[in-house]
Design a protein around this ligand. Structure first.
Ligand code: KG4
Ligand code: ZN
Length: 338
């Protein structure tokens, strides 16, 4: 039986992460969050790459120690090549190359978005792996896509946002409400205490399977301006209801497009991935869709929703099995397609 140890390294945005996999099982998954960006209300690229620079060695060290192996036992090193912030990607890419060279083992480049999707192939108690073909909806701070996954490395984007990502919609709405960055998790928490039908926001009309979220942000802005003019304490008095209504609208937009995608493709195995897949509303809507529409849904463990290296390592393992290695002149690529 195979006996492969892969180190995964993720540094595409503001989390420095390293993970060790034994075949398709996780031995360790260490994430260093960068809290510095909260003060600025968003990720500052220059600060992110500097923080990666100081985090990367201790994070990798810790991942290998926690896995209970030595670095000499590693069979390959997988790293995020893109998409992401160039300065951030460069840190992980250069580090992965150097370590692979030093240990004289294969280097494997990984597409971050494939990582969010293929995280479902990490072997976990109580988690089923989706059978091909399935539909994956990637929802994060940088992406909103519906992907038809025919096989591990045969994926087609069949719908995507034409402006903001869904995570951005959460974060920008939260900013308008005076919530800190990232606002997604906070809106989610407050939404659970409010009435989702308290306020109505119109859903954007976008063709086919594409999404749009910039109109919603503007609608929320005008709504808040109007209401606070009449009542300066409006946000404070109605925060839970506002959050619940925003969440209800966003989940509605996502579910409408997923329903349409299942009709167009005839595929009813649905997986989600990316930071927003931690959201309680989308998790519940998908669970309900199992009995309502007969879908089979695949929801990642919380640990694998926001950026992490375990998802990079599993892609590394799947590529390793195919002898799909990278040349050492491979470059970090900010706008890498799936
Ligand atoms: O995948 P991720 O960690 O980074 C990107 O690749 O963008 O996603 C981060 C995004 C942020 O916009 C954050 O607000 C959002 O995921 N997020 C959530 C929740 N948890 C994280 N949005 C809504 N509800 C949540 N529970
Ligand atoms: Zn991500």
């Amino acid at each position: 039986k195979e006996n492969i140890y892969i180190l995964g390294i993720e540094s595409s945005c503001d989390d420095t992460s390293a993970a060790v996999l034994h075949n398709d099982r996780i031995l360790s998954n260490v994430v260093a969050n960068q809290t510095i960006h909260a003060e600025y209300g968003g990720v500052v690229p220059e600060l992110a790459s500097r923080a990666h620079q100081s985090n990367i060695v201790p994070v990798v060290d810790q991942a290998i120690k926690k896995a209970g192996i030595t670095k000499e036992q590693l069979n390959g090193i997988a790293f995020t090549r893109g998409p992401g912030l160039m300065g951030s990607l460069l840190v992980g890419t250069s580090f992965a190359k150097s370590l692979a060279l030093g240990l004289n083992i294969p280097l494997i480049d990984v597409n971050h978005m494939q990582g969010h999707i293929l995280a479902h192939y990490i072997d976990e108690e109580g988690h089923n792996k989706p059978p091909f073909p399935f539909l994956a909806m990637t929802i994060s701070g940088g992406h909103t896509q519906i992907v038809k996954v025919n096989n591990y490395f045969d994926m087609e984007v069949i719908g995507e946002t034409i402006d903001d990502a869904v995570g951005e919609a959460y974060d920008k709405s939260g900013k308008l409400l005076g919530l800190g960055y990232p606002a997604g998790p906070q809106i989610d928490k407050l939404a659970q205490l409010g009435n989702p039908k308290a306020f109505q926001f119109t859903k954007p009309k976008v063709e086919g399977l594409n999404f749009s979220f910039s109109g919603l942000k503007t609608a929320i802005l005008y709504f808040i301006q109007r209401e606070t003019k009449a009542n300066p304490n409006f946000i404070k008095e109605h925060l839970n209801d506002i959050c619940a209504s925003i969440q209800y609208t966003i989940i509605g937009i996502l579910m409408d497009k997923l329903k349409r995608a299942t009709k167009e493709t005839g595929i009813t195995h649905i997986a989600i991935g990316g930071g927003v897949s931690a959201n309680s509303g989308i998790r519940k809507a998908l669970k309900d869709a199992e009995s309502k529409f007969g879908w089979t849904t695949y929801i990642p463990k919380f640990e694998y929703t926001t950026d992490n290296a375990a998802m990079i390592a599993i892609v590394g393992y799947l590529k390793y099995r195919n002898n799909d290695f990278s040349d050492f002149d491979v470059m970090a690529t900010a706008r890498l397609k799936i």
